[in-house]
Design a protein around this ligand. Structure first.
Ligand SMILES: Nc1ncnc2c1ncn2[C@@H]1O[C@H](COP(=O)(O)OP(=O)(O)OP(=O)(O)O)[C@@H](O)[C@H]1O
Ligand SMILES: [Mg+2]
Length: 263
């Protein structure tokens, strides 16, 4: 898959390509990101974070910690108060950047009048995919997420798990380089969670950068190479699960979490 090439050094590539590869920018760079909502609530504050291209990165923190705010800033869905957000080295406000990101939001925001297939095709159209390409890709996504039997069904007639799957299929539809999943497995049964894990893992193996939020600590532990702990809109720590355990002197990620959030 072409995206995988981005992670490898371009040995033997023409000099123009080497130019592109040299000093690959991180997938995501936040510098002093601050978001204060209109009512005065602080969503995130002076947040610095760099997520390397190709990483599988987790955001952990309690309800209201600022995870969705951070994601909304990355996707240019909210006006930030201060700081800078770069996606693959470019400002997040550009349309080009928006195309590089695939977002599955925490809230299931599907159009109630569109069928599964139409949802995917409209999304493809929005991101400028050619009709034939969008149709092929939609079929691929429908297969991948086992929505074949529901392809002609409108969103309100889907089960909760099927809606989650469609949300993910839509996020992947335009082949983004950075996939942001805001609690993708909330309210999902054991079997579907395992399936989603293996799908997300495959995407990561192909070179896609994954940014995941979850309240399931074992999910973060099993999937993520690095984890950022967030509390009250601030970054508390960022490391591998092993590194966090060492740093906090805890045996389990649960122990880390309890200590980090109590401090
Ligand atoms: N539109 C808004 N207006 C005012 N405050 C907001 C708005 N959206 C979020 N907030 C506040 O910002 C803070 C961070 O919320 P956010 O949704 O980012 O948390 P979260 O970490 O995603 O939590 P959860 O795990 O519950 O999804 C909370 O105090 C929340 O009430
Ligand atoms: Mg949230």
């Amino acid at each position: 898959m072409a995206v995988g090439l981005r992670r490898r050094s371009p040995r033997g590539a023409p000099s123009s390509l080497i130019e592109v590869f040299r000093g690959d920018p991180p997938a995501l760079e936040l510098r002093g990101l601050t978001k204060r909502y209109d009512d005065g609530t602080l969503g995130v504050e002076r947040f610095d974070l760099s997520v390397p291209d190709g990483a599988f990165f987790g955001l952990l923190g309690p309800n209201g910690a600022g995870k969705t705010t951070l994601i909304s800033a990355v996707c240019n869905l909210i006006r930030i108060t201060a700081g800078e957000v770069l996606v693959f080295g470019e400002p997040t406000s550009s349309l080009r950047t928006r195309r590089w990101i695939g977002l599955a939001e925490q809230d299931i925001n599907l159009d109630r009048f569109l069928t599964v297939r139409e949802t995917l095709l409209y999304h493809g159209g929005y991101f400028g995919m050619e009709r034939a390409d969008a149709e092929g890709r939609a079929d691929e996504m429908i297969d991948l997420f086992e929505l074949g039997a529901k392809a002609g069904v409108v969103a309100p007639k889907l089960s909760g798990g099927q809606r989650r799957r469609l949300l993910l299929a839509r996020a992947l539809m335009h082949r983004p380089r950075l996939i942001i999943l805001d609690e993708p497995t909330a309210g999902v049964d054991f079997e579907l969670r395992q399936e989603l894990w293996s799908t997300i893992r495959r995407l990561h193996a192909d070179g896609t950068t994954i940014l995941l939020t979850t309240h399931y600590l074992e999910e973060a532990e099993v999937l993520c190479e690095e984890i950022a702990l967030i509390r009250g809109g601030r970054l508390i720590a960022r490391d591998s699960a092993d590194g966090l355990r060492r740093h906090f002197g805890a045996d389990t990620l649960q122990g880390v979490y309890v200590k980090a959030m109590a401090g």
